[in-house]
Ligand binder design. Structure first.
Ligand code: EPU
Length: 447
């Protein structure tokens, strides 16, 4: 925020719809893989390199944390090298409290390298309570002594050892915590009900490249035999499937056609089949996916763990539903509070009703929760521009999509959420023809 005399200004994106968005987008490595690879580099006193790194706030935050711990970082274009030889600080500074969800993943590597660790409370999007109990329980089973303080988590151990861990739910972060902790633990770790998201498989492959002994078995089971030493590794990150889907929707919602390069078809399989079922037509090559539609039908979709329809695709999809004639349903099963962006879409003219009842077949995990888990969208109502404030990364992108299809000007504040997670979004949208620019506007704007 900037104070200019009496007026307080806040950063905003100002969007004017110009009709169909057309063109090509190259996506970089995914937000939800890059930071974990940087954490993996902490495991051994060597240099590890990650390539095709997106230009996003979450990477900057993670790099600063690694530097605070004593790692040397070299950035060259979209490549980052981490030299973890000098890692000698066991405390992630409190200044990183609440910034993202990465500190908790550092516990395992810090315990291996230094025998003790402190990480401040984790942050990230406010899309549910997002506890860290699975991470803590797993590390305790592996022999870590963990104390929860009002500021964060303190941990110590003489040596982490292998254990049998069964996650109550296939959590992405908790699976990563176990992989990162188990690969240098003493003995064998068996992880049941682990998550299988492509970004986790990518991390497991990177760890294998660093010398870890990781096996995957049917039925969500990982077997990790701890090794005494690991070495640095080099990896070019796979493309971000959340960005890829979101830009495909940008074309569809405006009646245009976007071709996404750099994210392979297999990462988008459920998204492609869902959009195909709604009437979208795809051109798919080994290196690109392109979508267009003459008209789109409504759909009923429920989010799920991989290979289901991912929760991070949910809000762009709901934005698209607003422009599909008829009734569509979205049932969110991963996070209990991921519809906070809905009031702003309704303010733009969308007709979306929220429900506390599961409108789908996946067993509800949040029965009795006061926050809605389902929405019904009456599609086809014209949207008009207004002032909206971003509640979380993916909800924020849904606002840009809605703004691109709305009449008039939309002013979006709270855009720091978007900058944390999207690679050069303004430049990308401008290349598709959208009239979008950064501005400073009087603060605060109301939803
Ligand atoms: N959960 C617990 N206890 C735990 C851990 C998780 O109850 O200790 C619950 C969560 O509250 C949630 C469910 O398990 O209801 C799944 O959470 P998960 O741990 O899988 O999510 P995460 O690791 O915190 C990552 C991504 C999210 C993405 C989810 C699901 C990162 C940094 N974040 O979060 O990405 O939605 O997996 O795929 O990797 C985003 O990019 O916008 C984003 C929120």
């Amino acid at each position: 925020m900037v104070h200019t005399g009496e007026e307080v200004l806040t950063p905003a994106w100002v969007v004017n719809s110009v009709g169909p968005l057309n063109g090509d987008i190259v996506v970089r490595g995914s937000k939800n893989a890059v930071t974990k690879h940087l954490v993996a580099a902490m495991l051994c006193p060597a240099i590890s390199t990650v390539r095709n790194v997106p230009d996003i706030g979450d990477v900057d935050i993670t790099v600063q944390m690694l530097q605070a711990l004593g790692c040397d970082i070299q950035r060259e274009g979209s490549d980052i090298s981490v030299d973890a030889e000098g890692l000698d600080q066991s405390h992630v500074p409190m200044t990183f409290s609440g910034m993202n969800r990465i500190p908790i993943l550092m516990l395992g590597p810090l315990l291996h390298r230094l025998g003790e660790a402190f990480v401040p409370l984790v942050g990230g999007d406010e899309i549910g309570a997002r506890p860290v109990d699975f991470h803590v329980d797993a590390l305790r089973r592996m022999g870590a002594e963990i104390t929860l303080t009002s500021e964060g988590l303190e941990a110590k151990t003489t040596r982490l050892r292998g254990a049998h861990i069964e996650l109550p739910y296939p959590s992405v972060g908790a699976t990563e915590t176990v992989l990162l902790a188990a690969c240098r633990a003493e003995g064998r770790t068996v992880l049941d009900n682990g998550a299988l998201e492509p970004e986790i498989i990518e991390l497991a492959l990177y760890l294998q490249r660093m010398g870890a002994r990781i096996e995957m078995r049917p039925g969500r089971r990982y077997i990790i035999d701890g090794v005494d030493e690991m070495s640095g590794a080099d990896h070019r990150l796979q493309g971000d499937r959340i960005e890829a889907f979101s830009y495909l929707v940008a074309g569809l919602i405006t009646g245009g056609q976007v071709t996404v390069h750099g994210c392979s078809q297999d990462r988008l399989v459920t998204a492609i089949s869902t959009l195909s079922g709604m009437g979208a037509q795809f051109d798919i090559t080994d290196s690109s996916v392109s979508a267009r539609a003459d008209s789109l039908r409504p759909a009923a979709v429920e989010t799920d763990t991989h290979p289901g329809f991912m929760t991070d695709w949910q809000s762009p999809m709901v934005a698209l539903f607003t422009q599909c004639e008829g009734l569509s349903v979205m049932y969110e099963t991963v996070f209990e509070n991921r519809f906070t962006y809905v009031p702003a879409l309704n303010k733009m003219g969308a007709q979306i009703e929220t429900y506390n009842t599961p409108l789908g077949s996946v067993k509800g995990r949040f029965v009795g929760s006061s926050t809605p888990c389902s929405v019904v969208v009456r599609g086809g109502a014209p949207l008009s521009g207004t002032e909206v404030t971003v509640p979380d990364i993916r909800g924020g992108f849904a606002y840009v999509l809605a703004a691109a299809s709305a009449e008039g000007t939309t002013t979006i504040t709270g855009t720091h959420h978007l900058d944390r997670g999207y690679n050069r979004p303004i430049e990308n949208f401008q290349s598709l023809g959208l009239d979008i620019e950064r501005a400073s506007v009087p603060s605060p704007a109301e939803v």
